[in-house]
Ligand binder design. Sequence first.
Ligand code: KG4
Ligand code: ZN
Length: 342
Amino acid sequence: MLAIESSCDETACAIVDGFEVRASVVASQIEVHARFGGIVPELASRHHLTAIVPVIEEAMERAGVASFAELDALAVTDGPGLVGALLVGVQAARGIAAATELPLLGIHHMEGHIFSALLGDHERAARPFEPHLALLVSGGHSELVDVRGLGDYAILGATRDDAAGEAFDKVSKMLGLGYPGGPIIDRLAAEGDPAAIAFPRAMLSDSKNLEFSFSGLKTAVLVHIEEHGQPASRGHLADICASFQAAVVDVLVTKARRARARVGRRRIHVVGGVSANRGLREAFAAAAVADGFELEIPPLRYCGDNAAMIAAAAAARIAAGARPRVDVAASVALDDPRLSLS
Ligand code: KG4
Ligand code: ZN
């Protein structure tokens, strides 16, 4: 299977055999957008256009696939995402499909993230599907999803305002640290005291509420900077990062634990760009021991956007007999009926 992902700011192509990744190439546009402090959609589309063919060629070469004739199927992210960016990947995939007559499956970006937890873990991937809880945390999403089956997703809670990754990016910008903020704050947080500043944990007191809100936390960081000035020392900067990260992690872990208890699943998958966060990974590992649940977090290279996860979801859909179809949509929820297999 050859899969393409271009929904946001990474141009990616992967060649995957079942859950075995033969090649996963990701061309990041971070440098293009960094000086704007966020993604500029028009620039993203243009850079996808120039990157897409070399990225596909590189993936084929690394996988040792000499021609499209060696492939069985094609997959592409068809939403949600920036529409101009999505279209570049979709049109490339459609072109290959037209030339080869291979089946082409459109995959929901977040369904790809859900399946990313299985990549590189053959034992896990070989076991029969078991319903589980997924925490999806990326630059555009923060959701708790009950994964009842393939294409059968119940959204238990989502963010009312900013996504978790977006909060990392905005706080990083406030502190003048650069884009994307997640990895930078993650690194600095390791040097700081997470208890230095008591930042708010939104909506934690209501134990039934599985929604998230990160905009108040973002404002609290801004107020702290206004009151104390931009941190003059690396120590103070690290304390802000550690305290902010601890507040995000606390909310994500606490709500995921509650959600798992409510739906009665044995396993939690933590996926999406923010699942690379060290503080989050450690807190979930501790919670898994304390509560006795199984934890799946993808290897770091599959936390951020990549095409291998799109191939993994497509492989599962093909195995389940899904019809090949592509419906480009900038905005489509995981519980949209079009994802349903029935
Ligand atoms: O899944 P992803 O690559 O793209 C989207 O689908 O949005 O997620 C990107 C987000 C960004 O907001 C980035 O700052 C965040 O993931 N991120 C992190 C870390 N690495 C990436 N957030 C916290 N800690 C990290 N180590
Ligand atoms: Zn993503």
